[in-house]
Design a binder for this molecule. Sequence first.
Ligand SMILES: [Fe+2]
Length: 199
Amino acid sequence: MPDTAPPRPALLRGMHHTGYVTQDSQATVDFYTKVVGLDYVCAVIDDKVPSTGDPYPYMHLFFMMADGSTLAFFESIGLPPPAKSTHPGYDFFTHLALNAETRAEVDRWAAHLRACGVDFIGPIDHGIIYSLYFYDPNQIRLEVTCTTDDGWTKHGAQALEDLAGWEAAKARDREAGTGSQAVQEWIASRRKWHHQVGH
Ligand SMILES: [Fe+2]
């Protein structure tokens, strides 16, 4: 039987744009041009959403970075403020990390944000990357980071093992009704291994 599967698309080239909601286009333009220093390169306006047809008038803003990728925001009339997170983890785990060239550049960002009066955390040395964190006016958590270990994306086999270990520990907790005890024990044993291999 002939293989009729269509050819697999090539590996995607990178980020084209993100899409977030803003309640204040002017504040977003001010922040991303003056504080983050991006170029405000395009605005799209319409009285309905092209992909769904929903009649929500909106403005769509794009800010460009050095590699041509963009951050995008929508402001639409009549949207209430977003619902509060159900757990603080959502407010710091969910984030957008942007590339800086070097550690010195990340340090420069710290000085720049301080001068702009923007609160931030860091820089923090994660071993493979060096990062600082702050929030934009839309409560989107931003990270400015640089890679400090070029080999950090070459651990796919270990990542698969870790995924299996994580899922197995979760299942043990679920079956025994032990909350996150098995997960925490697995993390502790995994951390020991991590240190032994010198990461
Ligand atoms: Fe991150």
